[in-house]
Design a protein around this ligand. Structure first.
Ligand SMILES: Cc1ncc(COP(=O)(O)O)c(C=O)c1O
Length: 451
């Protein structure tokens, strides 16, 4: 490995970072991570900190999950690549298909379409939604509905259903036919409604209104995260997703659950849809499917959708979508080992317990510090604090202060993620009770240093 000075000096000279300004990356060199073990990471200067980001919501089993590493190595030795485009397959994807079928059977999802990540999964699901309607003779159903504040990756179709201008404005014009409804976000919403249940009803009414305005016969799918993640961890009221399901059913609109973050235990249940008692028509997954060790994803498909494709005799259901790395055998081998370990450790229960512990701790910090405007979480191991410079006006915190908090928290031993005015926590699901307290203590120091 090159020495620390070389790495720091060269980092942003030749590479551009996703979700960063190139000039800012030069002016403020990032933390360069060179090692990981358990739930800890080590930077190039030798500092070891607890990673409360869990990689990027994906390293659910920590950084030293030996079964996944072994599976990757063994698959690389045996068959490092073979495509599953028409005419060929490989044994690992077939085995994984069985495992995913069983894992998601309770969600009513029985077929898998493989991808190489979350944005790919979203793209495939939205494309399949249109194809589903065309195949069954409703070719006019081409539009998509989604939530403001939602995050669905950065492919152009995904960005078009994204609900955050940061990922849209500089890339416009995006896809026509994509429309957004207000998110069930109690801290800030156009209805000025703070009661979660009432707000859920208002957002559902807005959905009904948009469907009436667009014409149900023009809408292919509604896509939503069961708990909004990157938009600042927004868990809706328990009535919201079931309400969306009912409205979609009534209007013949497919419901796509974007579970790139929530699938495989993070919500405290094996899927976010199951957490709310909803069966989606399709579910996008990626991230934790391989513990983040290999870029891989899967769109899970319900019988209802599958039957239309599989029974088609017109040829319309021939799938004209897919990636060179759809069904990569190394990714499939990693996923097989990862899902086995995920089930063996029953990480969903720990996610629920540690999630409650962290949510309670963050609420205590809110009592202590005025700059904590809102705390969100309580549904598994995903939580956020929204910081404000004035709790009365809810003026968002400035960039300099939140950057200083991030640094102080890191120096206190914990890596957190800062996104706009939010501090986001999404640690590995194997986090211990003591490690959860370490996160809370470090945040206490971080907040104390800027308050
Ligand atoms: C809900 C959701 N959908 C899609 C994506 C995009 O996934 P990827 O970054 O793997 O393309 C993400 C990434 O964070 C996500 O959180």
């Amino acid at each position: 490995m090159k020495d620390s000075n070389f790495l720091k000096e060269h980092n942003a000279r030749q590479i551009w970072h996703p979700m960063a300004h190139p000039a800012d990356s030069i002016a403020n060199p990032p933390d360069i991570i060179v090692g990981g073990e358990g739930v800890h990471i080590t930077d190039v200067d030798g500092n070891t900190v607890l990673d409360a980001v869990g990689g990027l919501w994906n390293v659910n089993l920590g950084f030293s999950c030996q079964p996944v590493k072994d599976a990757i190595t063994a698959q690389l030795d045996r068959l490092p690549y073979y495509s599953i485009f028409r005419g060929t397959s490989n044994d690992a994807v077939i085995e994984l298909g069985e495992v995913l079928h069983d894992f998601f059977a309770e969600d009513g999802l029985t077929r898998a379409f493989y991808t190489s990540g979350g944005s790919d999964s979203v793209e495939i699901a939205l494309r399949l939604a249109r194809q589903y309607h065309k195949t069954r003779g409703e070719a006019g159903r081409v539009k998509y509905l989604s939530l403001k504040k939602g995050y669905h990756g950065t492919h152009t179709l995904g960005a078009s259903v994204n609900g955050n201008s940061n990922f849209r404005t500089q890339y416009e014009p995006l896809m026509p036919g994509c429309f957004h409804i207000p998110a069930p976000y109690t801290y800030r919403n156009p209805f000025n409604e703070t009661d979660p249940e009432k707000l859920a009803q208002l957002c559902l009414a807005a959905l009904e209104d948009e469907i009436a305005f667009q014409g149900a016969e023009t809408i292919a799918a509604f896509i939503m995260e069961p708990i909004l993640g990157a938009g600042g961890v927004i868990p809706p009221h328990e009535s919201f997703m079931p309400g969306v399901r009912e409205i979609c059913d009534r209007h013949g609109i497919l419901l796509v659950a974007d579970e790139v973050i929530t699938a495989f235990g993070r919500s405290g249940d094996w899927s976010g849809s199951r957490h709310w008692g909803v069966k989606p028509d399709m579910m996008t997954t990626a991230k934790a499917i391989t513990n983040g060790y290999f870029p891989f994803g899967a769109v899970m498909i319900s019988d209802k959708v599958a039957e239309v494709f599989e029974n088609d005799t017109t040829g319309k259901a021939s799938i004209g979508s897919g990636y060179t790395y759809s069904g990569h055998p190394v990714g499939a081998a990693a996923a097989l080992a990862c899902i086995a370990e995920t089930k063996r450790l029953n990480v969903k229960d720990n996610a629920a317990a540690r999630g409650t512990q962290i949510f309670d701790g963050l609420n205590r910090l809110k009592e202590k510090y005025d700059i904590v405007g809102d705390v969100r979480g309580g549904h598994g191991l995903m939580a956020a604090m929204e910081l404000v410079s004035d709790p009365e006006t809810k003026k968002p915190i400035d960039k300099k202060t939140i950057a200083a908090l991030h640094r102080a928290t890191y120096e206190a031993g914990v890596m957190v993620r800062v996104s706009g005015p939010n501090v986001i926590l999404s640690p590995s699901l194997i986090l211990s009770e003591a490690e959860a307290n370490t996160i809370l203590d470090a945040l206490d120091s971080g907040l104390g240093s800027v308050a």
